[in-house]
Design a protein around this ligand. Sequence first.
Ligand SMILES: Nc1ncnc2c1ncn2[C@@H]1O[C@H](COP(=O)(O)OP(=O)(O)O)[C@@H](O)[C@H]1O
Ligand SMILES: [Mg+2]
Length: 311
Amino acid sequence: MEEGSQADRAYARVARVWQCPDAIFASGFILRRHARIGIPACPEIFAAGFFVMNNGTLIKIESVSKQYGAPRDGVLALREVSLDVRAGEFISLIGPSGCGKSTLLKMIGDLLAPSAGQITIDGHTPTEARRARKCGIVFQAPTLMEWRTITRNIALPLEIIGAPRAARDQRATELLDLIRLRDFAARYPRELSVGMQQQVAIARALAYRPTILLMDEPFGALDEMTRDRLGQELLTLWQRARVTIVFVTHSVAEAVLLSDRVAVFTPRPGHIGRVIEIDLPRPRSAETRNLARFVELVRAIRATLRELGAK
Ligand SMILES: Nc1ncnc2c1ncn2[C@@H]1O[C@H](COP(=O)(O)OP(=O)(O)O)[C@@H](O)[C@H]1O
Ligand SMILES: [Mg+2]
C-alpha cells in the first residue's frame, strides 16, 4: 500500500485478516472478535466463473433463526426464516424496527452466523462467498475515509487485495462514471453532500465486482428528495452492474418503487410473513408512483404489515 497513513495500514491489516474490506464498516465488535481469534488470511481458492449467474436461486435461506445471547435471557431476533433470492433480482426486506432485518443481511454477508438453519449462496457457504468477494455491503452511514480522495476511497477495497495501480484506477474511474461523480474524483468526502457520499459508498461496495449487493437502509439518513433521486440512480446502476440486490428499508413506497419482490417481516422474532411480487413495469420512474397499481401495492404491503402485527 503506497503513501499509507497509519490508519490505512491498520485498516488494511484487519481487512486482510478478514478478507472482506466492507466488513470493517459493519461492527467493531465483530472485528475485535475475529482479530482476537486470529482467523488466518485465506488463499484465493475460487476460480473465475465459480459463481455462474443463472435465473435460478442465488441465495437460499432455509429455516434460519438467530439468537443473541443465551437461550434464557438472550434475544431471539429471527425465527425460522426461509427465502429464495433469485439471481439478478431486486428484493426488499421490510418490517418493524428490531425484527431482525439487519441481522439477516449480516448473516448473508457472513458478518454473523445463524444459530440454526442455513444460508447458501449459489451452493456455497456465506464464508466461502465472502472469501470469493461475492457480496458488497452498504450501510446507512457512508463511512468513507475522510483523509482519502473519492477515487482513493472507491479504490480502497482493490488496494487491500493488492490489485495493481492501473487496474485500481481504471475501476475507480468506471465506477465514478457509473455514479456520475467523475468531476469529484479528486475531492474529499467532506466536500460532498451526504447523498453523494452514500453514492461513493455504493461505488466502493461494487469495486471488486460483487454478484450481490447487500444494502441496509442505505438512504435512511437522507431527505426525501435525495432519497428518491438515489433510488432512481440505484435502479440504473442495478441494471448496468447486473447485481442481485437485497435491500432493507423502512419505506413501503421505496420498496415498491424499486423492487421485484418485497418480503414482509413480522415483529420480533422476525419471520417472513409474506412475499409480495411487485408486478409494475420497468423502467420505473417518479411517474410509476401515479399508477393505480403502485398505490394498490403500497396499500397491500401496509395492510400486510398491520396484519402481521406491526404497529
Ligand atoms: N449484537 C447484538 N446483541 C444482542 N442483541 C442484538 C444484537 N444485534 C441486534 N440485536 C437485537 O436483535 C433484534 C433484531 O435486530 P436488528 O437485526 O438490528 O433489527 P432490524 O434491523 O430489523 O431493526 C433487536 O431486538 C436487537 O435489539
Ligand atoms: Mg436494521
